[in-house]
Design a protein around this ligand. Structure first.
Ligand SMILES: [Zn+2]
Length: 437
């Protein structure tokens, strides 16, 4: 998958600035170290120690040399060496790597069919990487409740979200205090300003549909989007923006218009049961002198019970044609929490403190994890399984089982065998497409 989607991946790794003093004298080049870390996540090893056990004996270390385009060798890295590099590497180097990965998918138009209004949908969400009862460094954010102080390291992530469930990392901003001295702690809102600027700097021509929770329902975010030429679709709760909520008539008949569709049981991905999906919208609505719009969506089952409800504020004017798709776009926000964060914490990747918290290590492990999960998900959602089995109805689940079982097989394969790796960009080009919705 790496060679199919990202034939220049090893070159990108080679271009990372090696933090060691004399890298040319080191046994393991930076691309070897990073490839090992990547396999730790693709193989869902769960901790550095467990990766260490997999690397002893077997062929995994040797196969990593082959993966970076070198001859097989029994010289195998100790995970402490990996951790030393990960502690010192500038996380910006990995942020650039993630940007290169995203740009490659975009250039190859892999994500085009997930666009709404010709733009990809990007969700932002903050998540905790780890916490401790003792201060971990000078930059930890902290919170005291009932006399107990907890120290946190959180990150704000921007990821492309799709109805298929594929989540693609875009850009990241760590939420941390500048040092021992500061007026007010860093927080999600402050980090968002930095992240928005970073996205515009990394991808100056990228236009997006920004989706976020109620925290983003505020004037600076709306202005930011207007300036960048982005759409926004932000959750509007009854508590937020009272002047906007006051403009919404209680009787839905007094809203601008309604559109409704019956969704059959086979429709993926959210509800397998047949539902009736109804949207109402109100336009225009004013907020601090700006024209905005409000759209809400409700789903009811056969018995008429409400099974889903949400409401958004947006700068995209709803109409008969786009309203249902617009609401579905806003709804994609939950994907970043579900497929993004929950899977990384509980789905076998074990995001947390198990990889290393020394200096920059935790940031770098977190960033490599993003690429690892993406590679696994491209295998799961692509039609690669059908290609290699020659069976058009083969599914990831039927061939590998769960993602955890796939990860185990991946590691076992690299440990026990000498898999054939196709040269990047050589051989019969196999077009891999993502599964149909
Ligand atoms: Zn810290």
């Amino acid at each position: 998958m790496l060679r199919h989607y990202f034939p220049r991946f090893v070159d990108w790794l080679k271009a990372l600035r090696d933090p060691r003093k004399r890298p040319e004298l080191c046994t393991y080049p930076v691309e070897y170290v990073l490839m090992t870390a990547l396999l730790m996540f693709c193989g869902q090893c769960g901790s550095r120690r467990r990766l260490g056990r997999k690397l002893v004996g077997g062929r995994m270390g040797g196969n990593i040399w082959r993966l970076i385009g070198r001859a097989y060798s029994d010289v195998t890295l100790h995970t402490d060496t990996m951790n030393n590099v990960m502690s010192e590497l500038d996380p910006q180097e990995l942020e650039k790597l993630i940007a290169a990965v995203f740009t490659e998918l975009r250039t190859r138009r892999v994500l085009d069919r997930f666009r709404f209004d010709r733009m990809l949908t990007v969700a932002v969400d903050a998540t905790q990487v780890f916490s401790s009862k003792k201060p971990h460094c000078d930059h930890c954010t902290h919170q005291t409740s009932n006399g107990v102080t907890t120290y946190f390291h959180n990150v704000l992530a921007a990821k492309v979200v799709t109805a298929l469930g594929l989540v693609v990392p875009l850009a990241f901003e760590f939420i941390e205090n500048p040092g021992k001295e500061y007026d007010k702690q860093d927080c999600e809102k402050k980090a968002w300003r930095r992240l928005a600027a970073k996205i515009r700097e990394l991808f100056p021509r990228l236009k997006i549909n920004l989706v976020g929770d109620g925290l983003y329902a505020e004037e600076p975010t709306f202005n930011e989007c207007e300036e960048a030429g982005w759409n926004f679709m932000i959750t509007l709760t009854d508590k937020d923006l009272p002047t906007v909520n006051a403009q919404l008539p209680t009787n839905r008949d007094d809203w601008t218009a309604t559109r409704s569709r019956r969704v059959t049981g086979r429709s993926k991905p959210v509800n397998r049961k047949a539902v009736r999906r109804t949207v109402h919208w109100k336009t225009p609505v004013t907020y601090h002198g700006q024209i905005v719009h409000v759209i809400e969506m409700e789903e009811t089952d056969k018995e008429g019970n409400r099974v889903y409800y949400n409401k958004w504020i947006t700068n995209v004017k709803p109409n008969e044609q786009n309203a249902l798709d617009l609401a579905q776009t806003g709804r994609l926000r939950w994907r970043i929490e579900n497929e993004g964060t929950n899977t990384q914490k509980n789905g076998g990747y074990e995001m947390g403190h198990l990889y290393g918290t020394k200096e920059r290590a935790w940031k770098n492990y977190y960033l490599v994890l993003q690429i690892g999960q993406l590679l696994n998900d491209l295998t799961r959602f692509g039609d690669y399984i059908q290609k290699i089995t020659g069976d058009r109805r083969a599914t990831f689940e039927a061939v590998y089982g769960t993602m955890r079982q796939f990860a185990e097989q991946l590691v076992a394969h690299l440990r026990d065998r000498l898999p054939v790796f196709r040269e990047p960009g050589c051989g019969p080009a196999q077009q891999i497409r993502l599964a149909r919705l």
